[in-house]
Design a protein around this ligand. Structure first.
Ligand code: HT7
Ligand code: ZN
Length: 885
């Protein structure tokens, strides 16, 4: 398949000023009439007019009132070229599509009988022929016509300007979007839907209409999404001075959706998972997810919609920035210092769990990639989460005020434009009069940099030197890397665990009167030494505070120093980090022991000071329960795997289970105290304090269940039976499923019956079983035969297949290779239904070279089987080809 290169970018040959569309909606055959007014781009003389189409029937094509015959255009591989078109063109295009047959969920499709669209990245070309690229921005007017009883609600972007009956049982609605937009932000929705609506007064005094649309029967699950939307609107004005520009803002929930949500102008379309919530069906994690995704899509209204991307290589311009904004939004909503730290830790965990492996594998790519085969494969954790870290580094380097100045200049310069990551960087640099040229390397070089920190204390002259040395491993497109510009936030702790006031040699940093206790060092060379003066005693360094850069930090701490940091560091992120380092050290040592055929014993737990550190944390009642939960959670199997030269999923699993069991029995009483003292009786509320308490209580429950005795079983069964919310109920069920409790199977069956009609809860039921310790491939194949299972619904496919392949490594990597065969079967089956979902599953195996030879061989065989399957989509082909390269 064709590779598209960033260096080949050329501006569009024609601009589009207006788009008028008429839809005759019919699930079997929808007709679309489009009228485009276009004018030649002055830079593109003699070039033909280019439109893209995908899986479309072209019924008619007229240019300036005359039919364009077969000889007037060429149509090859989805590219329609009209040669010798005049300067000004009015194009009339009639196309036909088959929404009911569209299982890709891109373009126009049906879900549970209603119509939806998904146009990002290149779905608009499945609706009509169009210069479907983000740098073509136009004003849209859309008329929808459909049967009135079957499709009473007709929605599109912008404002409703007209509606009425057409006779013969059909009706129409006309929508006009006052803002010009790229085609990927077009949307329509039609069907039987109901809404919760509210009038909301903006800070400026203007009143806007907010609506959350759902299927009938779900109106009791929209309040949290509505609250989240109002919070988002308020926050964006307060933090960035950005007000909602529309009179009406709609969110619509759909059960069949490829991703989380989509920021179509004024008509956001959401996966039901990120809209529907009430205490009966949604967990604390679901509530938090809804808040952040509602925020994310809303924030795109400025970062993505008003200022969009010039081309898809710039995707992180909108995604990295918008993830950063949604992360800050959630942190600000929690409000407390420790709450902010908890949010930061959670975000970094995602980065380490998913992005670090991506950056070290065959699909590694820079935040601004240089090439792609299928753009849908580049909606990655690198573009989103690493992109957000890159944006965060601007804020760390420039300060909050400096960052805000940069944002203001960005909008001042580029409102209404399609721009590049360089434009964003230039705004940040110019607004702050800073040279950020070296910072560009964060966009152009893939791979996770490593920083080695070496320290030296000179008692004679009371200086403390930190030498930072950076390196970056080779990645597919770049073997050698240039040095990054890295902000490294540092603090020094005295013997009592207090922050020392910091003075950096050669830098006057006491400018605001009070001495600083955290300094941001700017590492720009391969190696640099920073000297702190007037350091009265040898300190314990706290480096990379608040995870100031997306790097791996190598420091040789003694166990005692880690325990000291864990107990004393004023930076909560690094307190957590110290505990994770301690745990990781034990887990790697124990894995080596398991591989050497040594039996694991409890003595090995204490030796590493881990038990003591956990005990101290559990007994410290001043700590925020949400923080405790994170501090008492061992690094995940995937994160441990990343630290091994050769991944041994079975050893890692054995060690993690062993450590959990050992910690469970050593600290049994403490876990029980934590369980009892973090109960949240009364009405359920998803506020941060209650959420934190439930998190710690349920973590305690999970440790207690490791003991797997009758008392533990009773505790879990009781919680399952009496839970008044889904968080507690599913937590109890998950631990029962991993136990030998007599009520295990009955609880599973009860859960299904109770929630049979709640699709999102049934997803949880499948997922929980897929990730259970004793679920093997055969069990998953059995579960696929359950009447509630279907591969066609992405949420359901993810709940079982993805949860097993990605969330149950010890079983997935069964030594007989049966997990890999299962994976290949599902990738091939999904490829025929939904290439985007298939390609995501294909990514599961891209780290195959990191495993032991016996597993590698079987993984490669499975990859080859997929690669040679017939009719592979570009999406899957790109992933398996790059994985095998
Ligand atoms: N901008 C959106 C990304 C997206 C998408 C959403 C749904 C289905 C397919 C999609 N392809 C790309 C979502 C976001 O980042 O906000
Ligand atoms: Zn986004």
């Amino acid at each position: 398949p064709l590779t598209i290169y960033r260096k080949d970018y050329t501006p569009p040959t024609y601009r589009v000023d207006t788009v008028e569309m008429g839809f005759d909606l019919d699930p079997d055959l929808t007709r679309v009439a489009t009228r485009l007014t276009m004018r030649r781009n002055p830079d593109s003389r003699n070039k033909s007019l280019v439109l893209f189409g995908d899986s479309l029937e072209l019924v008619q094509l007229r240019m300036n009132g005359k039919e364009v015959g077969k000889r007037g255009y060429t149509l090859t591989n989805g590219v329609l070229e009209i040669h010798n078109a005049p300067e000004q063109v009015t194009l009339e295009i009639e196309t036909a599509t088959h929404p009911n047959q569209n299982t890709s969920l891109m373009g126009l499709y049906t879900s549970n009988g209603n119509f939806f669209t998904q146009c990002e990245a290149e779905g608009f070309r499945k609706i009509t022929f169009f210069p479907d690229r983000p740098d073509v921005m136009a004003k849209y007017t859309v008329m929808l016509r459909a049967d009135k009883s079957r499709y009473p609600v007709l929605l599109s972007n912008g404002n409703l300007v007209e509606e009425g009956d057409l006779g013969d049982g059909r009706h129409y609605a006309v929508w006009e979007d006052p803002f010009k937009k790229p085609s990927y932000l077009f949307a329509l929705v039609a069907g039987q839907l109901v809404c919760q609506e509210e009038k909301y007064k903006l800070q400026s005094g203007r009143e806007v209409l907010l609506q959350v649309w759902v299927e009938e029967g779900n109106l009791d699950k929209t309040q949290h999404a509505m609250d989240s939307l109002e919070n988002s609107i308020r926050w964006d004005v307060e933090r960035f001075g950005l007000e909602l520009d529309l009179d009406r803002f709609m969110i619509v929930a759909v059960g069949d959706f490829n991703m989380g949500a989509m920021e179509n102008k004024g008509l956001n379309i959401f996966n039901t998972k990120y809209v529907l919530a009430n205490p009966r069906i949604a967990t604390d994690t679901d509530y938090a997810g809804i808040e952040s995704v509602v925020g994310h899509e809303y924030f795109h209204n400025w970062t993505g919609n008003r200022v969009t991307c010039r081309d898809w290589f710039q995707l992180s311009l909108k995604e990295g920035l918008t993830v950063f904004r949604d992360q800050e939004f959630s942190a600000d909503l929690i409000g407390t210092e420790s709450g902010r730290a908890v949010k930061r830790i959670e975000d970094v965990r995602v980065l380490r769990q998913a992005q670090f492996p991506e950056d070290a594998g065959p699909m590694a790519h820079p935040v601004r990639p240089d090439s792609y085969v299928e753009i849908n494969n580049f909606y990655t954790v690198t573009i989103y989460e690493k992109g957000s870290e890159v944006v965060r580094m601007y804020q760390t380097l420039l300060g909050r005020d400096g960052f805000r100045k940069g944002m203001d200049l960005y909008f001042q310069r580029h409102d209404g434009q399609a721009v590049t990551c360089d434009d964003f960087r230039a705004a940040m640099a110019d607004a702050n009069d800073r040279d950020l040229s070296q910072f560009e390397l964060w966009y152009s070089q893939a791979g996770t940099p490593h920083i080695k920190a070496d320290m030296q204390y000179d008692a004679g002259i009371r200086t403390y030197s930190i030498t930072l040395t950076q390196s970056c491993p080779p990645t597919p497109e770049h073997a050698k890397k240039q040095s990054f510009h890295i902000p490294v936030a540092v603090g020094l702790l005295d013997r009592n665990g207090r922050d020392m006031p910091l003075t950096l040699e050669g830098q006057d940093n006491a400018d605001n009167g009070s001495a600083q206790t955290t300094l941001v060092l700017e590492l720009k060379e391969q190696s640099q030494t920073f000297v702190f003066t007037s350091v009265a005693e040898p300190p314990v360094p706290s480096i990379l505070r608040n995870f100031s850069a997306p790097v791996v930090l190598d420091v040789e701490y003694a166990d005692a120093e880690l325990a000291f940091l864990m107990a004393n560091d004023s930076d909560a992120f690094n307190r957590w980090e110290a505990g994770q380092r301690l745990a990781m050290r034990r887990m790697l040592a124990l894995s080596a022991a398991v591989q050497g055929d040594h039996a694991l014993s409890n003595a090995q737990l204490d030796e590493g000071a881990l038990g003591n550190a956990f005990r101290a944390t559990l007994r410290d009642t001043t700590l925020d329960p949400a923080f405790c939960e994170l501090a008492l959670t061992l690094p995940s199997e995937t994160v441990v795997a990343e630290q091994m030269d050769v991944i041994d999923p079975h050893a890692i699993h054995a060690v993690r289970v062993f450590l959990r069991r050992a910690l469970a029995s050593t600290l049994k009483v403490d876990w029980l105290v934590a369980y009892q003292s973090n109960r949240t009786p009364g009405t359920y509320s998803p506020d941060p304090v209650s959420t934190g308490k439930r998190g710690l209580k349920n973590l305690a429950l999970s440790y207690v269940l490791e003991i797997d005795d009758a008392d533990a079983h009773r505790l879990a069964q009781n919680q399952y039976d009496n839970a008044n919310n889904m968080t507690d109920r599913i937590a109890a069920l998950s631990v029962l499923v991993n136990s030998t409790a007599p009520g295990r199977d009955a609880a599973l069956a009860h859960f299904f019956e109770e929630f049979e009609h709640e699709a999102l809860v049934i997803d949880k039921w499948f997922s929980l079983q897929a990730m259970a310790r004793n679920t093997d491939v055969a069990t998953v194949r059995e579960l696929m035969k359950h009447p509630a299972f279907t591969l066609k619904n992405p949420n359901r496919a993810r709940s079982l297949i993805f949860s097993f392949c990605n969330g149950n490594p010890a079983q997935f990597h069964a030594v007989d290779g049966s997990g890999y065969e299962f994976w290949a079967d599902q990738v091939i089956a999904l490829n025929a239904i939904n290439p985007q979902v298939a390609a995501r599953l294909a990514r599961t195996m891209d780290r195959w070279r990191k495993y032991a030879p016996a597993l590698q061989e079987k993984m490669r065989a499975a990859l080859l089987r997929v690669a040679s399957a017939g009719a592979l989509s570009k999406d899957v082909l790109e992933v398996v080809t790059k994985s095998l390269a």
